[in-house]
Design a protein around this ligand. Structure first.
Ligand code: NAD
Ligand code: UFG
Length: 335
């Protein structure tokens, strides 16, 4: 199949590009590099021994998307492109709605113009808001506590309307839990700008010596060791989830949402411990007060992915930390 990856130069998109290419699909990357670097194309070439075609553009450029869909005879689009920092979305909501919601509208306009009606959308566990029960299944009520989450919810709802309006559309919303880790080569990985907000990129910076210590946000949650619990998923497992979603879409019209997680909660201290083992470094930390807006625990029920997509995770938290550490060491020497 010919597949367009919007935001394909980013963290999850680049790993998915590897998995899909290795499965025999023809990939085209469409990215404006607002949160990624063009050198990822060189590194993908080293992994794949093949240069992936790139369109440097913004998804809000409807004409350019339509042109790209036609030029490469695209069958399916995977829509990763978007802004994703929760805190930033609270300060700059207009940018988030413009990029995420308007970007998706532009993509849908282009797709319907040239009659490409198959779409995988990068959604998030954030659409569940504060969990009312655990593990979280796809029937859990949705809500949003910030502009980022609300942009994902708006898009999911919009996509449902589109699928209801025309039976030719095939749309799957993949609700990712907490993606971490890197490709086993260590040549691509997560590359956040500035001081990381997320746990594993922050731990990596402490391990490599760029940051002094990790602040563990809260040691008094009602969890096994008092620290926050999340469902961490290896980014290569996540990439394989996209491959499974494409297979599902090929025969299933309509709209569906599916959780992609490991289905298991891991605490901050457990992650820290695994990262110490993987990196053979001692990682300094202190327990601080809870971060505003955080929840105690969040993990997925993954039965639907297993049943409908025939997919489940294969890698464990050690694999996540070991691959992440390999990438971290490679990344420190990048220009
Ligand atoms: P990322 O920032 O690494 O990748 C996003 C890519 O999209 C970047 O390369 C960026 O340059 C590009 N982009 C952004 N706006 C664009 C636009 N208007 N036009 C063209 N390109 C644009 O993020 P990621 O972690 O790879 O996330 C991919 C998707 O998955 C996002 O939609 C994100 O919201 C979603 N998601 C991520 C996580 C996570 O923790 N990483 C969790 C749940 C959902
Ligand atoms: N944490 C720390 N110290 C840090 C960073 C995080 O203790 O420096 C803790 C948090 O309190 C939480 C856990 O590590 O208990 C995970 O935090 P992350 O920031 O890595 O991830 P979140 O689960 O808070 O949020 C992530 C994405 C959101 C997305 C959500 C659900 O950042 O965009 O997962 O998918 F909405």
């Amino acid at each position: 199949m010919n597949i367009l990856l919007t935001g394909g130069a980013g963290y999850i998109g680049s790993h998915t590009a590897v998995t899909l290419t290795e499965a025999g699909h023809q990939i085209v990357i469409f990215d404006n590099f607002c949160n990624s670097d063009k050198s990822v194309l060189d590194r993908l070439e080293r992994i794949l021994k093949k240069r992936l075609p790139l369109i440097d553009g913004d998804v809000r450029n409807t004409a350019l998307i339509a042109q790209t869909l036609e030029k490469f005879q695209i069958d399916t689009v995977i829509h990763f492109a978007g802004l994703k920092a929760v805190g930033e979305s609270v300060d700059r909501p207009i940018e988030y709605y413009a990029n995420n919601v308007q970007g998706t509208i532009s993509l849908l306009e282009a797709m319907s113009l040239v009659n490409v009606k198959s779409l995988v959308f990068s959604s998030s566990a954030t659409v569940y808001g504060d969990p009312q029960y655990l593990p979280i299944d796809e029937e859990h009520p949705t809500s949003a506590t910030n502009a980022y989450g609300r942009s994902k919810l708006h898009i999911e709802e919009m996509l449902k309307d589109v699928a209801n309006s025309d039976r030719e559309w095939k749309i799957i919303c993949l609700r990712y839990f907490n993606p971490v880790g890197a490709h086993e080569s260590g040549l691509i990985g997560e590359d956040p700008n500035g001081i990381p907000n997320n746990l594993v990129p922050y731990i990596a910076q402490v391990a490599i010596g760029n940051l002094e210590k990790l602040s563990v946000y809260g040691g008094d949650y009602p969890t096994l060791d008092g620290t926050g619990v999340r469902d961490y998923i290896h980014v290569m497992d996540l990439a394989e989830g996209h491959l499974a979603a494409l297979n599902y879409l090929s025969t299933n019209p309509g709209w569906i949402a599916v959780n992609l997680g490991a289905g298991k909660g891991i605490s901050v201290l457990e992650v820290l411990n695994e990262y110490e083992k993987a990196s053979a470094k001692s990682i300094r930390y202190s327990i601080e007060k809870r971060r505003a807006g955080d929840i105690a625990s969040c993990f997925a029920k993954v039965d639907k992915a297993k049943k409908i997509l025939g997919w489940q995770t294969k890698r464990n938290v050690h694999d996540m930390c070991a691959s992440g550490w390999l990438w971290q060491q490679y990344r420190k020497n990048l220009p």
